[in-house]
Design a protein around this ligand. Structure first.
Ligand SMILES: N[C@@H](CCC(=O)N[C@@H](CS)C(=O)NCC(=O)O)C(=O)O
Length: 190
């Protein structure tokens, strides 16, 4: 939704997952067979996997402001998007679920601790990279910033201890100045 608003797209949004409870319906499973969100319908065609959706929208809609500038930059954006899915998100998930989605009596504090440590270790890698780059692809905001940007909001707004990661924090502050980020990401976590 953040990227849709960055691109000023008009769209119809249907809330399906989590508390809305529609993601195992036959209708939804016909769109996304593993029942997770999101899924996009565009010109009667269905696409799923959030990063694929983000890349498709940025490529197919004008203006192309969020596109990385060249083949190398596209590869770098893909690198950080893949890293978010395979390294950062699995490290972070137990922390988020235990603190935000589980009731206090069902919180696994050992898992919280392990997950916090793993997430911080992963974010140090990004912090180190951002000490040399303004955004994940050089000097300009691009779609490559979006998956890690969503997770950064959660990281910086959980009630946990955090090491100082100054470059990560500086990059995150730039995102918080974007209207579409404020409208779609900076909200109560649930
Ligand atoms: N790699 C997938 C992850 C999809 C995913 O795990 N989605 C979660 C929400 S972030 C989900 O649908 N969970 C089930 C639910 O919300 O009911 C993607 O980026 O699209």
């Amino acid at each position: 939704m953040w990227v849709c608003d960055e691109l000023h797209l008009s769209y119809e949004r249907e809330d399906i997952g989590g508390a809305f409870g529609h993601n195992q319906s036959a209708k939804y499973l016909a769109m996304r067979p593993n029942g997770t969100v999101p899924a996009l319908i565009d010109i009667g065609r269905t696409l799923w996997e959030s990063n694929a959706i983000v890349c498709y929208l940025c490529e197919s809609r004008e203006p192309h402001d969020l596109l990385p500038e060249n083949v190398w930059s596209i590869a770098l954006a893909q690198q950080w998007m893949g890293w978010q899915q395979t390294i950062l998100a699995p490290a972070f998930r137990p922390l988020f679920w235990n603190l935000i989605r589980n009731s206090p009596q069902n919180q696994d504090l050992e898992a919280v601790c392990t997950s916090r440590n793993k997430t911080e270790a992963a974010l140090r890698i990004l912090d180190d990279y951002l000490s040399q780059h303004r955004y994940v692809v050089g000097e300009h905001f691009s779609y490559g910033d979006s998956p890690v940007g969503v997770m950064a909001y959660r990281w910086f707004n959980l009630d946990i201890q955090r090491a100082t990661l100054p470059s990560l924090e500086g990059w995150y502050r730039q995102l918080t100045a974007r209207q579409a980020y404020q409208d779609n990401v900076m909200m109560t976590m649930n």
